[in-house]
Design a protein around this ligand. Structure first.
Ligand code: G1P
Length: 301
């Protein structure tokens, strides 16, 4: 595969209420919850930037001002650190405000993920773009998004990321029925269902929060009515594109991801993500791992 493919725009929906993290998210966006020492959203923005996307559009809502503040300069903190000669912390503080061009747009009505993505239509225009959902963190060592960009360029369709899950977990995700394409490292998506019951799920392949989409998805979203939960579902719009055999932006393809993904979408997964990431850090890892070993020894099985 060539490495010339580029997508420069990324859309990050961040308008959700974060009800699964109440009361922590009563006055603070869930995207700002710290994963070790950075807010979850910073990992996602860094991933987009490291994948070549310098233009980020965040779809936000009420109570999300701290997102804008986080990615902005903070002269008085920078000055204090500079005066103290604390260059390490200064670099960390500045890093968040030097991550490229970040734009913000409010979703308005909370009508679902499909609706949030549709809000990006004017900003994105007529080019393929990425969508990154903040609940999924992809390890920086695994270049999933870059691979998806290349598949998009090669196929001309839209590309989703899939993982294999235990059959009982599929109802928490969009689910894909796929066909293997001989000789390729991506699959053809035949059918997509949003959060099917275990009995109705066509496979155990779950959609995770990375997409590289053809702009044809906007026209389809405009025609997509409310689906599961009464919300306009991105999965339903992609199902329409998957069913199209020809035309601009027809077809949906999948990359089956077997790398490191950290789910921060609910309390238990979030705790696991924080412990896993911290235990791999050079600065915190050795002490934390030691402590974890002792600690697990005190747990009754
Ligand atoms: C959304 C999508 C779903 C996908 C999931 C991945 O659901 O609608 O298809 O599997 O993200 O995280 P949500 O988790 O926002 O309800």
């Amino acid at each position: 595969m060539t490495s010339r493919a580029t997508v420069t725009k990324a859309v990050i929906p961040a308008a959700g209420l974060g009800t699964r993290f109440l009361p922590a998210t009563k006055a603070m966006p869930k995207e700002m919850l710290p994963v070790v020492d950075k807010p979850a959203i910073q990992y996602v923005v860094e991933e987009a930037v490291n994948s070549g996307m310098s233009d980020i559009l965040m779809i936000t809502g009420r109570n999300k001002r701290s997102l804008e503040d986080h990615f902005d300069r903070v002269p008085f903190i920078e000055k204090t650190l500079e005066d103290k000669g604390d260059l390490e912390r200064l670099a960390m503080v500045r890093a968040a405000s030097e991550l490229g061009e970040i734009h913000y747009l409010r979703q308005g009505d909370p009508k679902g993920l499909g609706h949030a993505v549709l809000r990006a239509k004017l900003h994105v225009g007529d080019e393929p773009f990425a969508v990154l959902l903040g609940d999924d963190l992809i390890d920086a060592r695994d270049e999933l998004l870059k691979q998806m960009v290349e598949v998009q360029a090669k196929t001309g369709g839209s590309v989703i990321a899939l993982i294999e899950v235990e059959p009982g977990q599929i109802s928490s995700y969009g689910c894909a029925d796929i066909s293997v394409i001989e000789g390729e490292d991506y699959v053809r998506v035949n059918k997509l269902v949003e959060k099917p019951s275990v009995d109705e799920a066509p496979s155990n392949l779950a959609v995770i929060g990375r997409y590289v989409l053809h702009p044809a998805v906007f026209g389809v979203l405009e025609e997509t009515g409310p689906g599961r939960g009464g919300e306009i579902q991105l999965t339903d719009a992609l199902q329409t594109l998957a069913a199209q055999e020809e035309g601009e932006g027809a077809g949906v393809y999948g990359v089956v991801f077997r790398g490191r993904r950290y789910d921060t979408g609910d309390k238990l997964s979030y705790l696991k993500a924080v412990v896993t990431l911290a235990s791999e850090r050079e600065d915190l890892g050795p002490d934390l791992r030691e402590w974890l070993k002792d600690f697990t020894g005190t747990l009754e099985s």
